[in-house]
Design a protein around this ligand. Structure first.
Ligand code: VG1
Ligand code: CO
Length: 556
């Protein structure tokens, strides 16, 4: 319940309450917005404090447009109602909200750009589990459609620590399931179809006729929406517009708790899809997306394509799709993402940028026209069509490429490796470990960096080691401590960093990469290819001693 009224002021015809509040100390946005357990967000004033801090920092001009939508997880509708009341009380003139409160993250980014909105609130905890005991999240995106850059998220965090009141319009809950426009105290709330604008944008980028013909020729695909937000998008685009048979999209109805599953499209949580794709009668192409629709998992018949390889293959072939026929301006990847994309950039003679983890670092490069395609090892790929990674976009680009090249995914990848070499890659996650142990591990690594070059570990020779720092080439802003990199002679690497999206203890991510040149061993089993690096990671970082774990929880 709200505190008693401290003051009610009239702004035009709006009745605005100024609600007194006190700061929470834990509202620091992480890799992708503020993520906490649902119970934390349900505390009185918690979401309000954060949203007001966003509004205070971004200082939208009166009458500005705000996009609001989420991935449909538990608590989505409650926070959307609050956010709309607060937007009205903070002087926004128009809110665009997805029907039912639904907007995938890339669709929200698209809407902000297409409608010239000032910004947007995306309510999601992405790949984290949902439901009353799961996670919730709020992220603010700026007018280019991308996540707020660090200088804004830092200012928001500072504001959350000083906030004393928030503004709320007095109005009843809105029916978000209807059509058309509503009014909240002088502000227009337009309920938009979550899929329409996004699907239209995809039709502009890709040759839907060619993909339709591929599917009509008997090419079989499977798309697992993981009970999350991409269900309605995939039904419309893959089945209705591209003619894939009904049933191509599975788990296509968004549910508040993702059917009790973990909407993370990796080999652990999308295991059933993986097994289907490895079976003798597998479809030609399998894909999955995460809670908010920005990630993609790509599996060909009999071959899992690592997200890093997918980025490289998409970059190498993107010109085959109409939206990229003019070629790429550059490629950007997050630091832990494998260097496969670098080989493509080199061959194409275009720029290649290495950024810290998280999509917010790609925005400036895309805005400046320095990069066209970006990607992360965590199953995120996207382009300059929006300012978020985009799961269905990646699926459609793959399909467009396959429709032109008319070869199976596995053959396309073998061909790729034979040309550029192969970056064997895996990420080992140690989830929910004690924060002290994880911090001590990272501190220990940082302490050793200087002495590592030249040393021999498990048959590998360390060429360089550092704690990654990034200077944005467009505005010279610097982000430090973005992960420890150990680079070996021959192009192999180990990267260590702590997750910035978890909500329980710490999650240690260990990224392992081994490079084999085009005339090297291209057909190894990944686990075997990486075994020396796994041993080296343990020897250098003392993972078991610091975490008490002998095995990672998740290998992707
Ligand atoms: C993870 C991934 C990162 C991704 C981020 C948000 O962050 O590693 O690549 O950008 O999630 O993705 P972290 O800090 O936990 O490693 V999503 O789909 O959760 O918005
Ligand atoms: Co996501």
């Amino acid at each position: 319940m709200l505190h008693p009224l401290r003051g009610a002021i009239q702004t035009g015809d709006a009745t605005v309450r100024l609600v007194p509040t006190t700061p929470f100390t834990d509202q620091k946005p992480g890799t992708s917005g503020l993520r906490k357990k649902v119970g934390v967000f349900q505390q009185p004033h918690y979401a309000e404090n954060f949203i007001q801090s966003v509004f205070d920092v971004v200082a939208a001009p009166a009458g500005a447009t705000l996009v609001i939508g989420g991935d449909g997880r538990y608590h989505n509708r409650t926070v959307i109602q609050t956010a709309i009341r607060m937007a009205a009380a903070n002087g926004f003139g128009r809110v665009l909200v997805g029907r039912g409160g639904i907007l995938s993250t890339p669709a929200a980014s698209n809407l902000i750009r297409a409608r010239g909105a000032f910004g947007g609130l995306i309510l999601s905890a992405s790949h984290n589990p949902g439901g009353p005991h799961g996670d919730f999240g709020i992220k603010y995106n700026v007018s280019n459609g991308g996540p707020a850059p660090e200088k804004i998220t830092d200012a928001i965090f500072a504001r959350t620590k000083a906030i004393t009141e928030y503004r709320l319009a007095e109005s009843p809950d809105l029916d978000l399931d209807g059509r058309g426009s509503l009014e909240v105290e002088g502000m227009t709330v337009e309920i938009v179809d979550p899929v329409e604008d996004y699907a239209a944008a995809m039709e502009q980028l890709f040759d839907f006729g060619a993909i339709r013909a591929l599917i009509a020729s008997g090419f079989r695909l499977r798309f697992d929406a993981m009970h999350a937000v991409t269900g309605p998008y995939a039904h419309e685009i893959l089945e209705n517009r591209l003619g894939a048979p009904k049933g191509t999209v599975v788990h296509g109805t968004p549910s508040e708790d993702f059917g009790g599953h973990h909407p993370d499209p990796n080999l652990v949580h999308a295991r059933a899809l993986y097994e289907e794709m490895m079976a003798p009668d597998a479809p030609d192409f399998g894909a999955a997306s995460d809670g908010d629709g920005d990630r993609n998992l790509i599996i060909g018949k009999g071959l899992f394509v690592t997200p890093s390889d997918s980025l490289a293959a998409l970059a190498a072939n993107a010109h085959l799709a109409p939206g990229y026929a003019a070629g790429l301006k550059g490629i950007a990847r997050s630091m832990p993402t494998s260097q496969a994309a670098d080989c493509v950039a080199e061959a194409l003679g275009i720029g290649c940028y290495e950024t810290p983890t998280g999509w917010k670092f790609f925005g400036n490069l895309l805005d400046a026209g320095m990069a066209t395609i970006c990607g992360e090892e965590s199953a995120g790929t996207g382009s300059d069509h929006v300012r978020e990674k985009d799961g269905l976009w990646a699926v459609l680009l793959w399909l467009n490429i396959l429709a032109v090249r008319k070869i199976p995914v596995a053959e396309l990848m073998r061909d790729h490796w034979a040309r550029y070499g192969r970056n064997y890659y895996a990420r080992h996650d140690y989830e929910g470990v004690a924060s002290e142990g994880a911090e001590a591990l990272m501190a220990g690594l940082r302490g050793k960096l200087e002495g590592l070059p030249g040393s021999h570990v498990e048959g590998l020779v360390v060429a360089a080691a550092d704690d990654f720092a990034y200077t944005d080439p467009t505005d010279q802003s610097i982000s430090r401590n973005q992960g420890v990199r150990i680079l070996f002679e021959g192009g192999s690497r180990i990267v260590f960093r702590l997750s910035g999206t978890g909500t329980e203890g710490a999650t240690l991510r260990v990224y392992l990469e081994r490079y084999e040149p085009a005339d090297g061993a291209l057909d190894l089993v990944t686990g075997e290819a990486l075994a020396p690096l796994v041993a080296a990671a343990e020897a250098i970082a003392g993972i078991s001693g610091h975490t008490g774990r002998n095995e990672p929880d998740v290998i992707t």
